[in-house]
Design a protein around this ligand. Structure first.
Ligand code: ADP
Length: 560
């Protein structure tokens, strides 16, 4: 701005000085012309009519007039005499401006460049109406014209003459005006500079000024600063919200250009990828499968394990930017795995009785068996069929639990335990087991009869099946805030190594009993599933060779 002002000052000063010089030269020229005219008028008064009207007279008058040129001209324009001599060489002067003016009005001035004297000349011509006589006796009865002239400065010559002075003057004026302009501009701009400095240091706070002229700007700036603050606040809130949303995502998300240039990464992804700022994402560089996915331009999915959890990494590319979405698929994968295992187990369990049924049926069909063998084979077929239908029932029961949404109700557990245990009497007697039932009266729990029967049947039948001949089987039921059911036996017991697995589907400790006297390893899995869904605590204590105790603590349902 200062430069601009100085440039404008320079232009204005130079043009001002030049204009002023031209104006002054013109004024000077006009006043010198007036002065010359006055002088010529005074000179003309020196002309005397009785002096000889010839070259000598003209020369004498010129001498008297300090060398001014004197010309005598007749009314027809003929130059009779000239103080510069050689009058006869002059052309007719009738056309000259001052001559025609004198002929017309008696007197006339003219200024022009004279070719004869090579300078600007001022002419004054007067008509003399008197009898004039030359030295050789020539008489001019009607008079003649007398012209006096002298050199004068032209406007241009005045200007050229003043140029050196003018230049010095110009330089001085320019220097002075530039200096004072700089001084005054700096002084004027000082408050503006101060205001700018204050604003830059204000950190968004309002600023003020005592200068009235600057107050509208200050008001505008303060308003703008408020507006910016509001916008920044809103942007911050927006970006905080975005970060909050991104960070609360269970899925990991990374937006990046290359492993070193990460544009955005949410908390989950940063944790899983052990991301450190300004460091390349190690997985992108070190994992062969991920690197291969990144090398292509297509959308690619790679499965990767982070500790215990399995993630699906899906890479998509938008121009030069890549987006990685990390989804936890641990549950889905394990569900798929357990489904496959379940199917494999079911087919395996079914295969044994089916093979047996098929084999014996073929034997009977062959007709080579005697009656006794046929009835033995038929009995085996019947046993295996029952086993197969037991298996199918167990599987159906097991799967049905997941879809059982029937409402629970108060079940008299005391009565139900007695009811369920009763049919096991013959089997208990068969094994010579001493059975005790200690049930507190009126223990009520919130469940469904069929669910409780399933649990009790499984625990009691196991207590018999895995008991020793002549062993003990005891059922205890206590009430109170948290009712408890214990089924304990003094049977074969379970080793420490097998104990954690007994509630898993199709898990049987002694594989040899599989398909024979033992079950399919679904009973305890069903018990656990029912307890888990009801919110009850199922636990087991066992010592190999000494016996086993299953305990269920019936916690009341949680009120949501
Ligand atoms: P199964 O139909 O084979 O009995 P369960 O799921 O009921 O299947 O039991 C799983 C395994 O746990 C059994 O194979 C058995 O080895 C063991 N088990 C269950 N109850 C007892 C018990 N009372 N005493 C000893 N072992 C038991």
């Amino acid at each position: 701005m200062l430069k601009r002002i100085l440039l404008i000052t320079l232009i204005v000063t130079v043009s001002g000085v030049v204009f002023f010089s031209l104006l002054s030269a013109n004024v000077y020229y006009n006043s010198s012309l007036d002065f010359a005219k006055n002088q010529l008028t005074r000179y003309m008064e020196e002309f005397e009519e009785d002096e000889p009207f010839d070259e000598a007279g003209a020369a004498a008058l010129s001498e008297k007039l300090f060398g001014a040129r004197v010309t005598y001209i007749l009314f027809d324009g003929t130059v009779v005499a000239d103080s510069d001599g050689a009058a006869s060489d002059y052309p007719n002067h009738l056309g000259r401006q001052e001559v025609s003016a004198a002929l017309g009005s008696g007197a006339g001035f003219a200024v022009r460049s004279s070719a004869s004297v090579n300078a600007d000349m001022i002419y004054y011509c007067v008509r003399v109406n008197a009898r004039l006589v030359s030295g050789d006796g020539t008489v001019y009865d009607d008079g003649a014209l007398v012209r006096i002239s002298m050199p004068t400065d032209s406007l241009w010559s005045i200007f050229v003459d003043s140029l050196p002075t003018l230049l010095w003057f110009l330089i001085l004026v320019v220097l002075f005006s530039l200096f004072f302009t700089w001084l005054s501009t700096s002084y004027i701009l000082k408050p503006v500079e101060k205001l700018t400095r204050e604003m830059s240091l204000s950190g968004g706070r309002h600023v003020s000024t005592k200068y009235r002229e600057l107050q509208p700007i200050v008001k505008l700036m303060n308003g703008m600063s408020d507006e910016i603050k509001d916008k920044v606040k809103k942007l911050n809130a927006d970006s905080e919200l975005e970060i909050l949303i991104l960070d609360s995502m269970e899925n990991g998300m990374v937006i990046f250009r290359d492993p070193k240039d990460v544009i955005l990464i949410n908390r989950t992804a940063a944790k899983l990828l052990e991301y450190e700022e300004n460091e390349p994402v190690r997985l992108f560089v070190e994992d062969a499968e991920v690197s291969a996915a990144l090398a292509g331009n297509e959308t690619a999915s790679v499965s990767h394990k982070f500790g215990e959890r399995e993630y699906m990494l899906r890479f998509t590319k938008v121009e030069e930017t890549r987006v990685l979405l990390m989804t936890d698929v641990t549950e889905a994968v394990s569900a798929a795995r357990s489904k496959n295992e379940f199917i494999a187990n079911v087919t395996h369990e079914m295969n044994t009785p089916l093979t047996s049924i098929k084999g014996f049926a073929e034997l009977i069909g062959s007709g080579n068996l005697d009656n006794e063998r046929v009835s033995e084979a038929a009995a085996t077929i019947l046993r295996q069929s029952e086993r197969l239908s037991n298996l199918i029932r167990s599987i159906i029961n097991f799967s049905a639990i997941d879809n059982d949404e029937l409402p629970p109700y108060d079940v008299d557990l005391t009565a139900l335990v007695k009811e369920t245990a009763a049919p096991f009497g013959p089997r208990i007697a068969e094994r010579n087991i001493s059975f005790t039932l200690e049930a507190e009266e009126g223990v009520i729990i919130l469940s469904r009869r069929e669910r409780m029967i399933e649990i009790l049947n499984n625990l009691i039948s196991n207590g018999i099946r895995y008991n020793k001949d002549g062993g003990d089987l005891k059922i205890t039921l206590t009430g109170g805030k948290i009712p408890e059911l214990c089924v304990s036996d003094t049977g074969v017991g379970i080793s420490e190594e097998n104990l954690p697995h007994i509630f898993s589907r199709f898990y049987t400790v002694d594989k040899s009993h599989n398909g024979t006297g033992g079950g399919f390893g679904l009973g305890l899995a069903i018990v656990r599933k029912l307890c888990t869904r009801a919110g009850w605590k199922l636990s087991v204590e066992s010592r190999l060779g000494e016996g086993t105790t299953f305990k269920i603590r019936f916690f009341p349902p949680k009120i949501l």
